[in-house]
Design a protein around this ligand. Structure first.
Ligand SMILES: Cc1cc2nc3c(=O)[nH]c(=O)nc-3n(C[C@H](O)[C@H](O)[C@H](O)COP(=O)(O)O)c2cc1C
Length: 333
């Protein structure tokens, strides 16, 4: 599973940085994959308000880090932790610029009505320091963050906000800080604990294993962590596959094929499901192996792709049913 942090302050080693680092220090101790992005160090252009994303589902700006790196990362993330100092009772301009570009994800969700595979289980969390004591100090920010998390399909799970903080040293006024962080980290990660890890593997990771992992995450993300990879990954996912998954309401945008080694480098699977193309899978001690005898839809017509999609959906569903029946999560052989 992946937890990402968005560092919205332009100030290095300031209060926001300190708060986010302390938070991720606790998350890291719990052994999950993490990535922190300092937004001010990224090349992110402002939203032009041109309406292109509402017509086409993608941002018109394709050559910056938002399109190249951040949209895929947001779709991949299980938990998004956004951190910002209070600037004029709101988020920093850096974070706000990032948020505005998420209009493209808003469009996919509300105009195109497709949901990314992580949308039912993703969580959002807020961290923010502000200098003054004002009672309403975080109100504007909180409202905005609710809408941001909704646009990226993350369930807003609250946050930690601290008044009277201008510099990291001011956190000394909050002796409960570390405790607050530990409790929040535990409650954020708790729903993702003890999930069975399933690797779906095929040759190119462009089609069958992409569909299987997406169905598993979308339909049962609370009980399985789904990984995907290919023995010889291709450069891009199959566009016909993206189309037939959209017919099912599932958004496969921003996905890239990856190698099996990469897929299992951070998480060791309990179950490995291959898709019938006889690919060589890395040896993972203790992992159960299943082979689904599925035809390769690459190069075939859309109806064939639909048939394979439906067969995969059924197979994923019966695997999930079997896993949920067995009390220890162990499958029958
Ligand atoms: C441009 C700017 C605007 C700010 N506006 C507010 C504000 O409206 N209310 C407030 O309490 N603090 C405000 N502050 C103070 C910061 O929120 C506070 O010092 C925070 O701890 C800075 O975090 P950082 O070290 O991560 O930059 C502002 C600071 C700056 C630079």
């Amino acid at each position: 599973m992946l937890v990402i942090g968005l560092q919205g302050s332009p100030r290095k080693n300031g209060s926001t940085d300190y708060l986010l680092k302390s938070f991720f220090n606790e998350i890291d101790k719990r052994g999950v994959e993490t990535q922190v992005i300092t937004i001010s160090r990224k090349n992110i252009k402002m939203c032009k308000g041109c309406g292109y994303c509402e017509k086409h589902g993608f941002c018109v700006t394709r050559d910056d880090d938002m399109s190249i790196e951040m949209y895929p990362l947001l779709h991949e993330a299980d938990i998004v932790v956004a951190a910002t100092p209070i600037y004029f009772y709101h988020a920093s301009a850096q974070l706000k610029m990032f948020i505005d570009r998420c209009q493209a994800l808003w469009s996919r969700k509300f105009r195109y009505r497709v949901k990314d595979p992580g949308s039912k289980t993703r969580k959002g969390f807020l961290l923010s320091p502000g200098a003054t004591k004002g009672e309403n100090l975080f109100e504007g920010l909180e409202l905005s963050m609710r809408y941001f998390f909704d646009a990226i399909s993350a369930d807003y799970s609250g946050g930690l906000t601290y008044r009277s903080v201008e510099n990291p040293v001011d956190f000394k006024k909050y002796p409960s800080l570390l405790d607050d962080i530990k409790k929040s980290a535990d409650s954020l990660l708790e729903p993702f604990a003890d999930r069975k890890k399933i690797l779906f593997a095929c040759r190119e990771n462009a089609c069958r294993s992409q569909m299987a992992s997406a169905f598993a995450r979308y339909n049962a993300g609370e009980m399985v962590e789904s990984l995907r990879g290919g023995s010889t990954p291709s450069d891009e996912v199959n566009p016909l596959m993206v189309g037939v998954m959209a017919e099912k309401g599932i958004d496969m945008a921003f996905r890239k094929p990856q190698s099996i080694e990469n897929a299992i480098s951070k998480s060791k699977p309990d179950i490995i499901v291959t898709m019938g193309c006889g690919e060589e899978c890395s040896f993972v001690p203790g992992a159960k192996r299943l082979d689904w005898d599925l035809p390769d839809p690459a190069g075939k017509d859309i109806n064939f792709m639909r048939q394979v999609r439906d067969e995969i959906e059924e197979k994923v569903q019966s695997l999930i049913n079997e896993l949920s029946k067995s009390d220890s999560g162990r499958m029958k052989t």
